[in-house]
Design a protein around this ligand. Structure first.
Ligand code: KDG
Length: 362
């Protein structure tokens, strides 16, 4: 009898230990998932304060950049305003890192009405509306304040209105920013250093033509493919604002960064027209003012961290080159033929109008 009791107790203890071991194993692995996904989870927490099931309308809003980027923080601000001002009647689900597809895929989904909001760079929009290439004119804006004045002024408004013909509604411009070069081959100090470099560009013909004029070997690619292409050496380099270079960790696979500031890229806040047209006027207005307010906040946080991104890159071992005025003048000169060539596609009047607006804003 004693023997049976001993055996039963031993069996019970073995089972108990096995059960505890299982728990430990699963909480460990949950723990490591947690630490990897901290940024994402914070975003998801913020992204789920209104249960989509309780809302009358649900907006799926996506971007290509990650949850650390000021663009995503802007999207969270948009969500906060919309959900508060509609008392939860409109819920906003936010997606970063191209979770719903790249810029082009998301725009097409908006046109079809299978997604509600996306905030792409204006550059790929030029594949839908050629006039959008006006923002891709190299060295168009001398600083962010002039960019704000032109984008929020008549020219910017006119371009937002053109989106209507593509089944899209444009509510505001946010900021991607001045684009700088990174690569893994050599420091870019002058135009000669572009020679033969394989550079990824956005899917935009003007960008491709400009990099050819600079002597590089450009190839267009969606942002979602970029990190792997840099890592595997499919391309030698790429160009993006410092925020993206730093926050997306491009410095892990790129040794050199130069502040070429060759193009200022705005983001454009897009809503699916079929979705927008189906909203009550009151909610349309809330979306419109929320996109503008969140955009002001996004521009602000984007700008204030620029120096930190630069320092961050240097601290991580990147060789950072400050371009000289002469080198920038040389680049400007080299891309002139591209501006001439694309003025036809964009429309000469629009090019003149934006140049005038830039001058007036200074
Ligand atoms: O969320 C925006 C991104 O998808 C993309 O537009 C970023 O500048 C960009 C690039 O180089 O593709």
């Amino acid at each position: 009898m004693k023997k049976l009791a001993f055996l039963l107790t031993t069996l019970f203890l073995v089972l108990l230990l096995a059960a505890c071991g299982g728990d430990n194993a699963s909480s460990d692995s949950e723990g490591s998932d947690d630490s990897e996904a901290t940024g994402e989870e914070a975003a998801e927490e913020a992204s789920s304060n209104v249960a989509a099931g309780d809302a009358e309308y649900t907006i799926r809003a996506s971007i290509g950049l990650n949850s650390e980027h000021p663009q995503y923080k802007g999207l969270l601000k948009f969500k906060e305003i919309v959900e508060a001002e509609t008392d939860g009647a409109v819920a906003v689900e936010t997606y970063h890192s191209g979770q719903l597809g790249d810029d082009r895929t998301a725009m097409e989904a908006l046109q079809l009405g299978s997604q509600e909001v996306t905030v792409p760079s204006t550059a790929p929009v030029a594949n839908f509306i050629p006039e959008y290439a006006v923002f891709d004119i190299p060295f168009l804006f001398p600083n962010e304040q002039v960019a704000d004045a032109v984008l929020d002024g008549e020219v910017g408004t006119k371009l937002l209105e053109m989106l209507d013909e593509q089944n899209l509604v444009g509510l505001a411009y946010w900021e991607n920013g001045f684009r700088d070069m990174s690569n893994s081959t050599r420091p870019i100090e002058s135009i000669a250093d572009f020679d033969g470099l394989k550079i990824r560009t956005m899917e935009n013909d003007l960008h491709l033509a400009a990099f050819r004029e600079l002597g590089a070997n450009p190839t267009p690619m969606a942002f979602t493919e970029l990190f792997t292409a840099l890592q595997q050496g499919t391309v030698d380099g790429q160009e993006n604002p410092l925020s993206t270079i730093y926050l997306e960790g491009f410095h892990e696979v790129q040794d050199y960064v130069s502040n070429t500031h060759h193009i200022y890229t705005p983001f454009v806040f897009l809503v699916s027209k079929p979705f927008y047209d189906g909203l009550p006027a009151e909610y349309q207005e809330i979306l419109r003012s929320a996109a503008v307010e969140a955009g002001q906040y996004q521009r602000e946080i984007n700008r204030e961290a620029n120096e930190d991104y630069k320092q961050g890159l240097i601290d991580e071992g990147v060789e950072f080159t400050e371009m000289s005025d002469e080198a920038i003048a040389e680049m400007r000169e080299a891309v002139q033929p591209v501006i001439e060539e694309f003025s036809e596609t964009i429309g000469k009047d629009l090019v003149e109008e934006i140049n005038q607006a830039v001058e007036d804003a200074q």
